[in-house]
Design a protein. Sequence first.
Length: 194
Amino acid sequence: MSSRDAARVRLAGHDRDRLGRDVTWTIADGERGRRWREVTVDPAGVLVRSLTLETGRGGQWLRLEIAAAAGLLSLHPDRDGAVRGNIVAGDGIRHLDLGALDPPLVDIRGSLVGEAALCRALERLVPAGQGTATRVARVEDDLSVTIVELAVERRDARTWELTDGEDVRTIAVGELGRPATGPSSVEWPLETGS
């Protein structure tokens, strides 16, 4: 394994989110960036969503795919910064063209890997101990997507406070940008023989 490969994050994990839902996730760094995957199941055992989020080497958002009861969402920023995609559901397809975001940021509400990925992207914009306001594409569990203003406070190197409207979330991010571990969390290396 080269030193370049040794720096890559390739982990799987299982934890619970703030709503008590079981979350199984993977993070895998590759040549072009990082692929974040997650499946969320509610306490009754019902699938909430499955997602794949791709980010570039600098943490920038490239593509998001979500499968949920509401349908299938595909969302990405174009080269001009415009956020585009579609939602496919039982009643047809709805195309999305939400305008430009600079920088393009996505906030997947309630997603452990989505929130970790957002904070990783924000690291380049907000030094520890400082804050800013920025616009993000917000994705809800029902696959609704809106552009919202997000107030960002970076309390320290790994703790963030995100506020949109009256909703305040405190997000802790683990080493190398992975979701912070809780008391019920477990992690495994993705590589075989590790």
